[in-house]
Write a protein that binds this ligand. Structure first.
Ligand SMILES: [Fe+2]
Length: 273
């Protein structure tokens, strides 16, 4: 456990490695995916070493979330339909989520919110694509990996997070800087980089609270987080929020996205939380 404050990214990354926050299965998926001639079948074999991640991936693909018109029983088919890189990232996110949602209630809550963020981003990105390199749902799942890691690495920080009532604003950022010397966005980006995930994801993750005008992805992530609060904001609250405004989505688009999000989230919650 970390006892001193002002711990910086390199030390946290070392600690995350020591605690096995990036499990062997995820490492293997990454290794297989990075070989130049790996096929969908090779990737499927690597993912299938984790039966829970495999089952969750198939459940997601068959849930209606991706609007497929036929049921899938085969992971290789799912990879082909989803795309190699998005499938790799989703599998890694699911393996990480399993590892990180075990130790305590707080991490389970943060993981549940990551799933909601993935859902919100998936819905919002129908109007404004967030990442050229991965699926929006995966992007949302991974974006708070720094916060999950903080709660796992320092259980006392989990209590601080709880005391803020799930607030993701400046008070959380201040608490993170006091404890760790950096924000969860910065730590998440450093971890994703060290795990070899795409730089474009890490860049948006680093900036998703710091600068909503940094790029479209950062604003969309911020808006997804706003939508995924415990009490879903009203449409009026959404259109008045500066992060949501930064996405440049229209009121009509936001209204439709909010409705679809509320429909989808119950179905997804059964698959992931
Ligand atoms: Fe965040």
């Amino acid at each position: 456990m970390i006892s001193a404050s002002r711990i910086h990214a390199p030390e946290l990354i070392t600690l995350a490695k020591e605690l096995g926050l990036f499990p062997d299965t995820a490492r293997n998926i990454q290794k297989v995916a990075s070989r130049p001639f790996s096929s969908d079948t090779d990737l499927a074999r690597a993912i299938q070493l984790d039966p829970i991640a495999t089952a969750r991936m198939l459940k997601l693909m068959n849930s209606g979330f991706y609007n497929l018109n036929r049921p899938l029983v085969d992971l290789r088919q799912a990879i082909t339909l989803m795309g190699f890189r998005s499938a790799r990232d989703l599998a890694i996110a699911l393996v990480l989520g399993q590892r990180m949602s075990q130790p305590a209630d707080t991490t389970r809550k943060v993981w549940a919110r990551a799933v909601r963020s993935g859902c919100a981003l998936h819905v919002l990105s129908r109007y404004n694509r967030v990442s050229p390199t991965t699926d929006a749902f995966v992007f949302g799942l991974l974006h708070d990996i720094g916060l999950l890691s903080m709660c796992v690495l320092e259980p006392d920080f989990g209590k601080v997070y709880d005391s803020l009532g799930g607030e993701y604003g400046p008070r959380l950022a201040n608490a993170e800087r006091l404890y760790f010397g950096l924000s969860h966005g910065e730590l998440g980006a450093a971890l994703l980089n060290s795990w070899g995930l795409p730089a474009s994801i890490a860049d948006a993750v680093a900036n998703h609270h710091a600068d909503i005008n940094h790029n479209a992805s950062a604003a969309m992530l911020g808006a997804a987080e706003f939508l995924t609060q415990d009490r879903t904001p009203t449409l009026d609250e959404m259109v008045a929020n500066e992060t949501v405004i930064a996405t440049k989505l229209t009121e009509r688009q936001l209204s439709i996205a909010r409705g679809v999000y509320l429909e989808e989230i119950h179905r997804l919650a059964k698959s992931f939380i």
